[in-house]
Design a protein around this ligand. Structure first.
Ligand SMILES: [Zn+2]
Length: 499
């Protein structure tokens, strides 16, 4: 054997092949998947000590064939620095969450198809703690699946890694430990939407009860900073009268204190490592007004929180996996205001959450944010997996859809969706050739979207997973079909942001 992989009798995944540190790296296809292959000349053979697998040697060098294991994924990230997540700063970016762990090759192809990392910085590892719980995945698995996907495609242009919707300091620690670089702090539980409709007396009473010590502030000092002040921010004039001020403080004061606490913890825990932070209040009941955005950003600044992107709760409805529902003119006005504030206080990026399939929003956000934008999508990679399954195993897809209909009323509780069961066709009524069309039907699409956790976890009467293994089996034996579907779908998401 030699120190080059192509002199060996291996079925290499051509796109994965890379030379680094004097060694030759690739994935080698095997009957039941693929293995990591590294050929190193004698001078570089110590590299192989960091990996696990079978090694063989000759005077020309050493060869390692190793499993796609957590140890090998971590070692790959250590040796191939482009696989190691890094902060992206204020570059235009897109997070492409992957709930099954098989979507990164398709995501890589979509990013390449629109011009690559030079025009849109990707985040391949991205999952919220909620979705990890639902899919039974760990932060390590989310990271490793993306690592293997990037490696398989020969992606060398870097990635961020978004630990999404973190609610506790333990969430931060778990994701920091495996190399996430972006931490999305979700203080939604600390937002008080009832402030929107409270009268002045109620707001005064509530304001008195805010955690002023945590905010290193007092109500009097805050009133002095804001009342009677008018600030011009581009086309906006932000004015705080008493009710506007108290409403912002009552609605978001505890959330600001929570974000500051989480940010302090992150800074301390990360030490010298470079990480970045996003603030997201998108999953709250009522929209964030421009004055409230101003107050939140101004207070976070005062508390010395640094953040790279902010996801306000926009007007209208950003439901999962379907286009925007609401008045586009009102949304345009709203995005213009939030974008102006993001430039004023940061600049930081506006983050569009639940960003899948918001095709009518992308041109508006791209134009108004002037490149300071982060698009976050997650669930539609699962829908594209189902589209792939519908084409190769209609019976499996039909069974998943029938089950999703049964689960919907329970599973929809923690999502913003408005699909109605009675409007979605019955599984038995849909002819085989029309099954993929269910993915374009509004109600069926949302029903399939929010039930993924139940589908993956459902155990049949034989004690085995009812759908998960079959679903993964179909995707693993049709990787090109899945990657094609993902690429086509995500090019439509990314192209509007490429100017
Ligand atoms: Zn979100």
């Amino acid at each position: 054997m030699g120190a080059r992989l192509d002199t060996l009798n291996l079925d290499l995944v051509a796109a994965s092949r890379v030379e680094a540190e004097g060694a030759d790296w690739a994935l080698a296809r095997e009957r039941d998947g693929s293995r990591l292959a590294i050929a190193a000349p004698p001078a570089a053979s110590r590299i192989l000590d960091d990996f696990e697998g079978e090694t063989s040697g000759s005077p020309a060098g050493s060869l390692l064939l190793g499993p796609r294991s957590p140890k090998n994924a971590a070692a790959l990230r250590r040796h191939l620095e482009w696989l190691r997540p890094r902060p992206l700063g204020t570059r235009t970016s897109a997070g492409l969450g992957d709930r099954l762990g098989l979507a990164t090759p398709g995501h890589v192809r979509a990013v390449r198809a629109v011009g690559g990392a030079a025009v849109i910085a990707p985040i391949f590892p991205q999952q919220s703690i909620r979705e990890m719980t639902r899919t039974g995945r760990t932060p390590t698995e989310v990271m490793d699946d993306a690592t293997w996907g990037m490696f398989a495609e020969g992606w060398c242009d870097g990635t961020g890694a978004d630990a999404d919707h973190l609610k506790t300091t333990a969430d931060i620690d778990a994701c920091l430990a495996v190399g996430f670089s972006m931490f999305t702090i979700d203080p939604g539980e600390h937002v008080d939407p009832s402030a929107d409709t409270s009268d002045a007396a109620t707001l005064r009473a509530r304001a008195a009860g805010l955690p002023w010590a945590d905010l290193t502030d007092s109500e009097d000092a805050m009133r002095r900073r804001y009342l009677g002040q008018s600030t011009v921010v581009e086309h906006l004039t932000i004015t705080f009268d008493e009710v506007t001020l108290l409403r912002a403080a009552v609605k978001y004061g505890r959330a600001v204190a929570h974000v500051a606490r989480m940010a302090r913890h992150l800074r301390h825990a990360a030490g010298p490592r470079l990480v970045e932070l996003e603030v997201s209040v998108d999953e709250t009941e009522t929209p964030t007004t421009p004055a409230e955005h101003y107050w939140v950003a101004n207070e976070l600044n005062r508390l010395e929180v640094e953040w790279v992107s902010l996801a306000p709760r926009f007007v209208g409805r950003f439901e999962k996996g379907v286009d925007y529902i609401g008045d586009l003119a009102a949304l345009e006005k709203d995005v213009a205001a939030h974008a102006a504030l993001a430039r004023h206080f940061g600049p930081y990026k506006l983050s569009l959450h639940s960003g899948s399939d918001k095709f009518s929003v992308y041109p508006i956000a791209a134009r108004l944010a002037q490149g300071l934008v982060h698009l976050k999508t997650a669930g539609t990679s699962y829908l594209e997996a189902l589209r792939t399954v519908a084409a190769v195993d209609a019976a499996l897809f039909r069974a998943i859809y029938a089950f999703a209909r049964e689960r919907y009323d329970t599973d929809k509780a923690s999502y913003h969706v408005s699909a109605e069961l009675r409007k979605a066709p019955l599984a038995a009524d849909v002819p085989e050739e029309d099954l993929p069309g269910l993915l374009e039907q509004f109600d069926a699409r949302e029903i399939l979207h929010v039930t993924f956790g139940s589908v993956l976890k459902e155990v049949g009467s034989d004690g085995k997973l009812r759908f998960k293994d079959a679903l993964f089996g179909r995707l693993r034996s049709n990787p090109e079909a899945y990657a094609d579907n993902l690429e086509r779908h995500f090019v439509k998401h990314l192209r509007p942001f490429v100017t």
